[in-house]
Design a protein around this ligand. Structure first.
Ligand SMILES: *[C@@H]1O[C@H](CO)[C@@H](O)[C@H](O)[C@H]1NC(C)=O
Ligand SMILES: *[C@@H]1O[C@H](CO)[C@@H](O)[C@H](O)[C@H]1NC(C)=O
Ligand SMILES: [Zn+2]
Length: 385
């Protein structure tokens, strides 16, 4: 074959869009999901050391948002179109004194841990969403800051959880943050990844609505049954939002990675900030010298997931495996990743009633992906204070 013939063939082979090379199926139906974020409240968590390593002096406590999402799926067009509504993660209930006793006691001991909480049902109703219209609630996992208060939803609202979730409530299961009122009256659907044949980004996946608009991904480690949601938010340009739950609690455990640096080159002002402010006593890179941190030659994420007694990752090695996959999504130009507690996104990510669907056209990822390394960003914990 002549050279001139071969070259176009090679280029054709290389033209697989990056989302396709991650294994996200091509849409058969063109169906998309509308995604609208809520910050349900700001939570001061037990300690940075339960989440990441290293923790620098003065960075021992962290306040994080709790993101929940309204998901809307429209079937049909024109006057016969019908929209179905779902919620992904509920944040914490506004009255933690009525949670299971160990949680209630924790919040009694740290009264400032929750800042003027609102129940997500209040936010939905205030936004004109009828709770009777919510078909199902998805819990990424069964922890207090994601399960909200299901008793506020009508019985007609179903509940979707990962099948590996331990649903034995407290006190029969003393480690559980669940109580019977979390389930009473609601139809429970368990997503079983063990029988699924679909793999996306080497994660077991379920095409939840069977139309390519929403994939549930098996991402254990933080707790058994933890799921991640991948929403197709646009077909032109092809783009996705990954609801990454608690696969990480600090975005510095996700970034930077070499592929991210390749697809989202760090702007000069952030490189300069990192050079001036990131501590080279704690963070190494081959190009750093004389106390000046060189981000370009940092070949791995800033932080590791905590692996300590009392840490938040029940199975830390498995959590690392899940997070490495999330990081591949994060490096992809077609996927916007939201971890449930990403404080770096506050004030930058559009929230309800705006949708996240236009994130790609709007350049949201370019604007937000490096914010965590700016010293005035609340996610910046890379220098002692
Ligand atoms: C969370 O904290 C941020 C930053 O301090 C603030 O802007 C926001 O209003 C708070 N949100 C809630 C729901 O408390
Ligand atoms: C909802 O379910 C609960 C628990 O099964 C039941 O006690 C209650 O009567 C139900 N409410 C309605 C309105 O059907
Ligand atoms: Zn959480």
């Amino acid at each position: 074959m002549s050279r001139t013939l071969l070259l176009p063939l090679l280029f054709a082979g290389a033209s697989l869009a990056s989302w396709q090379s991650l294994g996200i199926p091509t849409s058969r139906t063109g169906a998309t999901l509308s995604v609208k974020a809520f910050n349900i409240g700001n939570l001061t968590i037990g300690g940075t050391a339960t989440v990441v390593h290293p923790v620098l002096p003065g960075r021992e406590t962290t306040t994080v948002p709790m993101f929940g999402f309204l998901l809307e799926r429209t079937i049909g067009t024109g006057p016969s179109a019908k929209t179905y509504q779902y919620v992904w993660d509920l944040g914490i209930r506004k009255d933690p004194e009525n949670a299971v006793p160990p949680v209630a006691e924790l919040f009694k001991a740290f009264p400032g841990a929750l800042d003027e909480p609102k129940d997500i049902t209040e936010l939905l109703v205030a936004g004109g969403v009828k709770l009777e219209s919510i078909e199902q609630v998805f819990w990424s996992h069964a922890h207090l800051d994601h399960i909200g208060d299901m008793s506020k939803f009508p019985n007609s609202t179903g509940l979707v959880i990962g099948a590996a979730t331990n649903t034995t409530p407290y006190p029969a299961n003393p480690a559980s943050q669940l109580q019977p009122s979390d389930f009473a009256g609601h139809t429970l659907s368990k997503v079983d990844f063990t029988t699924s044949k679909l793999l996306i980004n080497n994660l077991r996946a379920v095409d939840y609505f069977n139309d390519g608009s929403f994939y549930l991904l098996d991402t254990p480690g933080h707790i058994a049954g933890h799921m991640t949601g991948l929403a197709r938010v646009s077909t032109s340009p092809p783009s996705f939002v990954l609801l990454a739950g608690d696969t990480a609690h600090q975005i510095g455990a996700v970034r930077p990675r070499p592929l991210l640096q390749k697809h989202f080159p760090c702007p000069a002002h952030v490189l300069a900030d990192a050079r001036a402010h990131v501590s080279t006593d704690f963070f190494w890179s081959s190009g750093s010298k004389l106390g000046q941190f060189d981000l370009l030659t940092r070949s791995e994420q800033m932080l590791d997931l905590a692996d300590v007694p009392g840490g938040l990752y029940a199975d830390q090695p498995t959590a690392v495996v899940s997070l490495d996959k999330v990081a591949l999504f994060d490096a992809d130009p077609d996927v916007f990743v939201v971890i449930a507690h990403d404080v770096s996104l506050l004030g930058a990510m559009p929230v309800f009633p705006q949708t996240l669907n236009g994130w790609k056209k709007g350049g949201l990822k370019e604007r937000t992906v490096w914010r965590f390394l700016q010293p005035d960003n609340p996610a910046f914990i890379f220098s002692p204070v």
